[in-house]
Design a protein. Sequence first.
Length: 672
Amino acid sequence: MHLSILRWKQPQISVLIKSENLTVTFVKRFISSVQHATATFNGKGELLGCPSNGGNPFSNYLRHLRLPHVPIDSSAFASLLEQCAQEKALLLGMLIHNHIVECGLLHITYVANFLLQMYRKCEAFSDLLDVFVSMRQRNGFSWNLVIGSFAWTKQSEEALHCFHRMQEEAVLPTSITCVSTVDACTNDIELDLVHRMHTRSMNIDLGEEAVIWQSVLINIYGKCKNFNFASRVFVKMQEKNVISWTTMINVCKQMDRGTDAHKYFQQMQQEGILPNKHTWVTIIASCAGDSDLILGRQIHASLHVSQFDTDSVMGSALIDMYDKCNSLVEAEMIFKTLLMPNIVAWTAMINSYCHHGYEELAFSLFDRMKHDGLVPNKATFIAILGACVSPEMLNTGKHLHESIHKQGFECDACVATGLINMYARCGSLEDAKALFKCLPKSDVVFWNSMLGAYGLFGRVDKAFETFDLMQNLRVTPTKSTYLNLLAVLMTDAARLHETRSVHNCIVEAGLESDTAIENALINIYGKSASLTDAQKVFSKIYNRDVSIWSSMISIHAGNGFGERALYLFSKMQDDKVSPDEITLTSALVACSQAGLLDEAYRLFTLMEEIHNCIPVLHHYVCMMDVLGRAGLLEDLAILMKHMPFQPGSVPITASMSFYWRYISIQMCLEIV
């Protein structure tokens, strides 16, 4: 075999190198058996002293491998490795690595750095570490690459260890080093690591790059859901630019603190920093609920005054904002003002129609978009799949599935999730299962989608069978896996044993400190009437945000412990956590359960003044329940008469039940 390799011509060598099955050992045998080049390559991979014959470094390198031996220039190797990195040609990169070793050039730091970069781009992290460990001298670029690789694989402890080691070797970190290190820490479980990194960086003079590093720190604290630390870093910044202001506004947006986001937005302008396009999109996106509508309109008006062009990007953000603030009319108005809406704007409007239950309008817009020559992308398909919400829409959903298949989107994680959810909503669990069987079993996203489908059908046993199977196939469960399992269990709250079993798995996975997980556990224990278990979860939470408090108040109110719920409501405010509209709804329910009429009146009438929350429909419904239970039917009628919106069928039905109880059929007819 060794001799036959030597006799191969160039095309055969190319085929060998492209082969996916070629082992590293075979590559080493191959490289040791071929002849070296007759002349030195320059940095472009071309023969020095010869006219350029074009081509890329790969073809030139392979063309001259079998010529008589002369050493190859180190810059040529660097160029070849750079090409390997761009093309993710791992096998060829390994071949060149061997050639570098044979030529005795691995000791040159910049050549080794190009090797590190190639292995990093090809995600061959084990080979990257082998090269890094063997390097005689490492510079900042070397350390940044290895720290960045640990960050990419979320190995936060290793990233931080390297950060310490590089300073011990007298290599000064840059802002890129700091950014790469903290990028490995992206949740509250690793908050301590971020603290340590932050403390360590205080002794480093980053010069003009300090503002970049501090902005990244703010962003990381935001990802770790720690608003206080993020705001402290921001306040202590000696110099703030538009990026740091926008980052702080984005943290507020991520943590649903729209009022704080607007405060920072106003403050930045008062300090003479003009918002850029990204700032505007971020502040618009911070308005995401009924109570944010007025604030959203104010921001929209400010945008108009600023004379920023409302292009498709800005228009899409406004459509999304008005959609989340439940103002479909204003979302439509924005869409109609766009001269040339791009695919993002069309998708945002389709999504808005789906969100408000106007499936026919969503499909009409989808057809118009295609008629105008725009091709649906993955996000568009995900949006329009949301319009298939009942068994009558199953055939339409299948036609969409065919279009998705033709465009090659079927195996995309988000699109496949949308398809499985669509089949589940349309009542066809069998179609969902059939699609799932065709999808790669190595991707946890597809397993999570199937668990979600079983949740819609309340198939607890099938969900746990699927969970057991994915573990047998060594697919590691994620946060979404456990959230889907808990959602399935919510359909059968009597299964307290299974809930505790899932809870134990969550603890073993180190996810018990995740806010969404904590919320789900509190709610399911509440639905199971196991308030003791819920209290155990609650007592272990260090940073209790508004959603955690709301869940605890809600489950106590829902289980008839109104006074305890109101005690928690008071305790929450003592802890400087402002209630949102969901918390206030739970507090009103608690008042109703406990028969606390005066407290309910005070809470409802001062809602806007004290808590900066404009009462919405469900607050009125709760107040109607309070008045109805107290037999104050005249007050109930006055409240309904002065509601700022049409009450709809639910409040009317609720009020009629009290009239049936206390007065007569005639009064029921009058309220209708």
